[in-house]
Ligand binder design. Structure first.
Ligand code: ADP
Length: 586
């Protein structure tokens, strides 16, 4: 760049120097030549007049006219000019350089004509005789007022030309030196002007290469200095804008990464531009493998493809609920530039959990109504029987009252469980920890459950670790958890079966297991038994709300422990939960 600016400045300067010096030289040479010619002319006029005087005597006497030729030579040797004597009719009588007899009549020579007319004539022309440019000056030779001849002196112009040429040489060397100085000056000026421009270029190259932190030193406050200022401001702004964009990008990336909804962005041809981890997990693909590939290849779902196509063609948001990837989804396709349909944002909302929850709630309401209605109907029937006279039969009355009491207990249990679950769900279930000997608690529960077990009949055995550390737990809730587990172990046991409640501990946890020899749980049911309202026994022949284990799980987790199940169908189940020794801040 600097070289081109250099030549852009230098070439016009040189052309200007050449033109200026050319014109100047031409005019100077011309005027100098004229001055010199005028000088020469004046000198020749004087000389001619002198020669005329000297020759007057010889012209006046025809007998002496023959001396004139010799006289020309004498004078010419003295003053160094060519001398010619001519009589008024043009005949040459003497010439210092030529034999006058060979010379033609000179009456037509311009200087002769002018001399005869005005007394003095001059001419400059090429002499065919001497082969040179000559200046001729002719004056009249007079005797007593009579013109008796013409004296002409002539000098070649070579001396004048030589002097002019030397002047022109001077002008040319002056021009060359000036032009060189200009070239040098142009180089210096260009360097000065282009240095900041070079700095700006370098800084701009830096920005282009991604190094945004470019500032250039400002040394002047001229136009280029201002350009530097503007450049620095621009680079600063660019840096800030880029930082803001990077920030926004990382915010967006964080939002996308943590969004539970799946997000895909596609271009006008439904090719994937962007995806987030949620949708990658949903359809089990990696973003890097599918960028630039059609959406359908990643999601394998024509219904979704159709929704996106419709969004593209109408430029309007489209929503659909569908089953895809084994989940129940709401898919929303949003045009990114509404009306232009150039790209589409597709949101995948997984409604499976919600739908399951709704289904479960529906089932719960059904179950609760059924489970409430059964004991209420029993109580009602028994109360009616008592009213109808059974009250008078003391034994029957007692039996009915005992059964009514049992049904009321069932109702109370169900309501308690529902309240507990609602507490857990609304976060109101606060733990009231007190130091507890879990072994003692188990003995209590075993004793409490014994009558129920005996009714089955099932035997409860305890296998408790001695020296079990006392731990701080919410005793009532852990008691309830144990009751739930033992109750299940009785309920799902076979007559004559066994229940073993055991404890052990290590440095971290106290572990409690309740195992039975009952019907066990099928592989399909096993992953679900801790879910709310889940019952493997769909016929609900053994009662229960399906809430016990869900509550147990929440309780144990709230204490910082865990609950798990091992079971083999037909052989029995073992439910195990842990409670940390060190309660920490739980
Ligand atoms: P429920 O009130 O029905 O007992 P739970 O939440 O306590 O509700 O248990 C959920 C389901 O898990 C039960 O309906 C039953 O199918 C199964 N289950 C729990 N404990 C046992 C067990 N010891 N043996 C076999 N099945 C069990």
């Amino acid at each position: 760049m600097s070289r081109s600016i250099y030549w852009k400045i230098t070439i016009p300067l040189i052309v200007m120097v050449l033109l200026a010096m050319g014109f100047l030289g031409f005019f100077m040479a011309d005027s100098s030549r004229n001055t010199q010619l005028n000088h020469l002319n004046a000198q020749l006029v004087n000389e001619a007049k002198l020669v005329a005087d000297i020759s007057t005597t010889d012209f006046a006497d025809p007998a002496l006219q023959t001396n004139l030729n010799a006289l020309t030579k004498t004078i010419s040797d003295e003053i160094g000019t060519r001398i010619t004597f001519i009589i008024p009719d043009g005949t040459v009588l003497g010439d210092s350089d030529q034999d006058p007899s060979t010379m033609e009549n000179h009456s037509t020579r311009p200087e002769v004509i002018a001399a005869l007319a005005t007394g003095e004539g001059q001419a400059t022309r090429y002499s065919a005789t001497l082969h040179k440019d000559m200046m001729y000056v002719a004056v009249l030779v007079k005797n007593q007022g009579q013109t008796i001849g013409i004296a002409r002196v002539a000098l070649p112009l070579t001396a004048v030309d030589a002097s002019i040429n030397s002047q022109i040489r001077g002008i040319i060397s002056g021009t060359v030196i000036t032009a060189l100085l200009f070239v040098l000056a142009a180089a210096l000026i260009t360097r000065m002007i282009t240095r900041p421009v070079r700095q700006i270029t370098k800084a701009a190259e830096g920005i282009a290469a991604g190094k945004l932190d470019q500032q250039i030193p400002i040394r002047t406050y001229d136009e280029i200095g201002r350009l530097g200022h503007v450049f620095n401001d621009m680079s600063q702004n660019l840096k800030m804008t880029m930082a803001a964009i990077v920030d926004e990008r990382s915010n967006l990336a964080t939002v996308l990464a943590n969004l539970t909804d799946g997000v895909v962005m596609t271009d006008a041809e439904e090719k994937i531009l962007l995806t987030n981890p949620a949708v990658e997990r949903l359809y089990n693909f990696k973003e890097k493998d599918f960028i630039g590939r059609p959406l359908i290849e990643a999601v394998h779902d024509y219904e979704i493809d159709e929704v996106v196509k419709k969004c593209l063609s109408t430029g309007r948001e489209q929503t659909v609920q569908l089953e895809s990837a084994g989940r129940f989804l709401r898919v929303v396709a949003v045009p990114i530039t509404p009306g232009h349909s150039s790209a589409t944002l597709i949101l995948f909302q997984d409604l499976t959990e919600m739908r399951n929850l709704q289904t479960m709630r529906r089932e719960l309401i059904g179950n609760i109504s059924h489970d409430l209605r059964t004991p209420i109907a029993g109580i009602k029937a028994m109360v009616e029987t008592l009213q109808d006279g059974a009250l008078n039969d003391k034994d029957a009355a007692n039996d009915f009252l005992t059964r009514i009491d049992g049904e009321v207990d069932r109702l109370t249990q169900m309501v308690t469980e529902l309240t507990e679950l609602s507490h857990i769900e609304t976060g109101k279930a606060e733990l009231r920890r007190i130091p507890t000997n879990v072994n003692l608690l188990i003995e209590e529960v075993a004793a409490q459950m014994d009558p129920l077990a005996a009714g089955r009949p099932v035997t409860i055995i305890t296998d408790l670790s001695p020296n079990l550390p006392v731990i701080k737990v919410d005793r009532d809730r852990i008691r309830q958890t144990l009751i739930n587990l033992v109750h299940n172990a009785i309920k799902f046991n076979n007559p004559g079966g066994k229940i073993v409640i055991s404890t052990k501990y290590d440095v971290e946890f106290v572990t409690v297991s309740v195992s039975d020899t009952g019907m066990g749980i099928s592989k399909e049911d096993l992953p679900h038994i801790f879910e709310r309202f889940y019952k493997a026994d769909k016929a609900r022949s053994r009662g229960g709300s399906g809430l016990g284990l869900a509550i147990a799980k929440h309780t144990v987790q709230a204490h910082g422990g865990n609950i798990s199940v091992k079971s083999e169908e037909g052989k029995g189940s073992t439910l195990t939960f842990t409670l940390p020794l060190n309660t920490g801040n739980k």
